[in-house]
Design a protein around this ligand. Structure first.
Ligand SMILES: *Cc1c(COP(=O)(O)O)cnc(C)c1O
Length: 466
């Protein structure tokens, strides 16, 4: 492969025409969303009151593929898709890797309008909300990536977007707040005094750093106040992972253009699991059909919030105030308030049920890294490839570097592909702290996890009643 082809590009008409639905391929059926009021699977009518209707239908669909509406597909092509796949020649050289035995590729979702993979589902959700005649979408955001993406999508379709932003990030990342406002989004620091769920925390401590769990509670509560408003979630749910599968489908075509049909390792960072799913699921479908027997899948988490690596696979609330549906997933407990690490998008207590299903069936693994080593890997990437990664993305980079070094030491041939989920130009504080030696490593102690999971506050779900 010549270095002139380091960026593998596709034409606008190569934007995928359908999403790949992994649900019918899973070895064990996916678990349903549970109504927190009665502990039983949520009937569609209930879910329709929370999420846009089409998304609920997709959440439980058993169709192998779901067509992307023409208007939406055109919008992707008009704005930023397909995204490039890069061969990381600069990074490889810096790692002392020469020749073609070890190849590192990254799928560059940072070129989207708002700088991450998140508009892939934001545009879809806003499109379906508009089609249904809704007027408002309400959501939470951690680092602000999701809030920006949904504000952008809503504004395009003439909908109002209301965002509850985790206070730690609201303070750390004022740039994201301004971007949301630029897209006409309405932003509140969470916990806020606008909802009952928020006031539980706000009244005791107006400086409370917040958590994604609390912000979700606030957004769900707010959305239920109006008939023409719905709640919107940027990760975790099946339909969100579905919308992201355009990433992996494009990557497959791009790899095939340089003669690669069987990548060895697929890597993505995991907050709720959507960008990892987006890259991995199209390859995973092939694996489940027996086509990629040797491909390995690795999801990467922060040591400060290792939901899969150190959590338990069990039923838990999706949010802190127990208003959102209950999911079966790997969790460190819904009551968990994570340390304010910079990778705000990775601070969720649970993970997508699809990811948990795959982990439980030993189809993928997870790993975890400290904040400083992750930012260090991000800087190495910046200096060799030129783009400054989001702190979330740095987790995937760190793992890709580790895997490449391991392959080199073992004289193995490996094709490593990771998802470059977003850029970090709004996350400069993380880099500043690292440069000044002030970045602190947090590791979530196992006792804290077992305390949260043994709490009487965890839901008890009787599956035999479904
Ligand atoms: C939100 C976000 C993530 C984490 O969310 P997932 O749903 O796990 O993908 C990762 N990277 C970036 C850049 C993000 O904005």
């Amino acid at each position: 492969m010549s270095k002139i082809n380091a960026r593998i590009l596709l034409e606008p008409n190569e934007v995928p025409k359908e999403w790949i639905n992994i649900l019918p391929y899973l070895p064990l059926p996916i678990t349903p969303l549970i109504n927190p009021m009665d502990g039983m699977p949520a009937p569609p009518e209930l879910a329709f009151a929370i999420f846009p209707k089409e998304c609920v239908i997709q959440e439980v669909s058993q169709e192998r593929t779901i067509p992307i509406p023409k208007e939406l597909r055109e919008l992707y092509a008009q704005t930023y898709r397909p995204t490039p796949l890069h061969r990381a020649y600069g990074l490889e050289k810096d790692l002392g890797i020469e020749g073609d035995d070890i190849k590192i590729f990254y799928k560059n979702e940072s070129v989207s309008t708002t700088g991450s993979h998140k508009p892939n589902t934001a545009l879809a959700q806003a499109f379906y909300a508009k089609k249904e005649g809704l007027k408002q979408l309400v959501t939470e955001t951690g680092a602000g990536q999701w809030g920006s993406a949904l504000s952008y999508g809503c504004n395009l379709f003439g909908l109002t977007c209301i965002v509850y932003m985790v206070r730690a990030s609201y303070i750390q990342k004022p740039g994201r707040k301004i971007l949301m406002k630029a897209y006409n989004g309405e932003v509140h620091a969470s916990p806020s005094k606008h909802t009952m769920s928020g006031r539980l925390f706000y009244d005791k401590n107006p400086e409370h750093p917040g958590s994604l769990g609390i912000a979700i509670s606030e957004a769900v509560e707010h959305s239920l106040k109006r008939d023409d408003a719905r709640y919107s979630l940027g990760s975790v749910l099946n339909f969100v992972c579905l919308h992201q599968t355009i990433i992996g489908q494009e990557t497959k075509i791009q790899l095939s253009k340089v003669g690669i049909s069987e990548p060895d390792i697929i890597i993505g960072c995991m907050g709720g699991g959507s960008n990892f799913s987006g890259l991995a699921l199209p390859f995973m479908r092939d694996k489940l059909e027996g086509k990629l027997p040797n491909t390995q899948f690795i999801g990467v988490e922060p040591r400060a919030c290792p939901s899969v690596t150190k959590g338990e696979y069990r039923w838990d609330y999706g949010d802190t105030a127990k208003k959102a549906p209950i999911l079966k997933m790997h969790t460190v407990g819904h009551g968990f308030i994570p340390h304010p690490i910079h990778a705000g998008g990775l601070r969720y207590h649970g993970i997508a049920p699809i990811i948990s299903n795959l982990v439980n069936n030993k189809l993928m693994t997870s790993s975890m890294h400290f904040q400083t080593e992750v930012i260090e890997a991000g800087l190495q990437f910046t200096r060799t490839e030129g783009i400054l990664p989001a702190p979330e993305t740095c987790h995937a980079i760190k793992e890709a570097i580790d895997q490449a070094i391991l392959a080199k030491e073992n004289n193995e041939k490996k094709v490593i592909v990771f998802n470059f989920s977003g850029h970090g130009y709004f996350d400069l504080l993380a880099y500043k702290e690292y440069m000044e030696g002030n970045l602190i490593d947090f590791e979530l102690p196992s006792e804290e996890i077992s305390d949260a999971l043994n709490s009487s506050d965890m839901p008890i779900i009787d599956e035999s009643k479904f």
